[in-house]
Design a protein around this ligand. Structure first.
Ligand code: DAK
Length: 257
């Protein structure tokens, strides 16, 4: 896959996407959003890939939507912006996505990280929703995912007064999985993705789906969904293989079937 604004490669069963507009601090322009989505969906459809990592560089994950591209846009332009389909489509990616966040994750960049399933944060990571500085509010989930993750009071402060969170604060409020030395951020994210990608693919997929439903449904609906998914896995080769391997004291061989 050849792209203008991202670099894409595979490492074993992990699909790696590096945001690559360093001069613009990886600002998310329409091209980048289109390319990012194409790469994610290609990896999601590829049986050889079990998990994905999205990363920036050491200074910045992404500084948000491209303000220069957006500055003269009309409301209709925004309605037709790639932001809306991109963030809707990220929600339905079946395989786990891990964000490796070093430096700034601001505005749409923070929303992108929060749309991923897990976040490994570098010690220099900073999360914020500075849209208020340019006369708008978050438009890609910042008011919703953030409020659910950090609670109402802090979300208000972040969205209404540009309060940023450093890596330790982000860990404290549960929006990142762990904080690691900045130079280790990518390796730690890759390691986590590699481990998950080696696990039973259908169980990983249904586990992700079930956890995401916890944020969208009532407890009883969520529990019913979980039971259906659990039961469905008993129709898979990998359930038979996993349990047989345990009993026979050998490593399982997953087929994703
Ligand atoms: N867009 C465009 N260019 C950007 C940029 C951005 N978001 N952020 C930085 N740059 C550019 C700068 O203009 C500068 O370019 P040159 O002047 O060299 O040409 C270059 O990157 C380096 O930036 P700085 O010189 O400012 O670097 P510093 O280290 O001094 O500061 C900073 C780093 C990250 C604190 C600062 O650059 C900054 O505050 N950037 C803006 C952050 C921001 O406000 N982000 C929120 C953007 S609004 C939507 C849904 C969601 C959204 C949009 C639509 N729909 C549903 C339709 C999302 C909106 C947003 O994210």
């Amino acid at each position: 896959m050849n792209f203008e604004t991202i670099l894409v490669e595979t490492r074993g069963r992990v699909g790696l996407i590096r945001l690559n507009r360093p001069k613009a601090l990886n600002a998310l322009n329409q091209t980048l959003l289109t390319e990012l989505m194409a790469a994610l969906e290609t990896f999601d459809a590829d049986n050889q890939i079990g998990a994905m990592v999205i990363m920036g560089n050491e200074k910045v994950f992404a500084a948000g939507a491209d303000i220069k591209e957006m500055a003269t846009a009309s409301a209709v332009d925004m309605l037709n912006s790639e932001f809306i389909p991109t963030f809707d489509r990220i929600r339905v990616i079946k395989k786990p996505i891990i964000a490796a966040v070093s430096g700034w994750a601001l505005g749409g960049g923070s929303e992108l990280a929060l749309s991923c399933d897990m976040i490994i944060a570098a010690e220099n990571a900073k999360f914020g929703q500075p849209e208020i500085n340019i006369g708008v509010i978050p438009g890609a989930g910042g008011t919703q995912r953030l409020a659910k993750a950090v609670g109402k009071a802090l979300a208000m402060e972040m969205v209404l007064n540009n309060r940023t969170l450093n890596a330790e604060e982000a860990l404290h409020y549960g929006i990142v999985n762990r904080v690691v030395p900045t130079e280790r951020c990518f390796d730690e994210a890759l390691q986590l993705a590699t481990e998950i990608a080696a696990r039973a693919p259908l169980a990983v997929q249904l586990g992700k789906e079930a956890i995401n439903q916890a944020f969208e449904t009532s407890l009883s609906e969520g529990l019913a969904n979980e039971r259906r998914a659990f039961t469905l896995l008993f129709a898979s080769h990998d359930q038979k293989e996993g349990m047989a391997a345990f009993i026979e004291k050998r490593p399982p061989e997953w087929k994703g079937q």
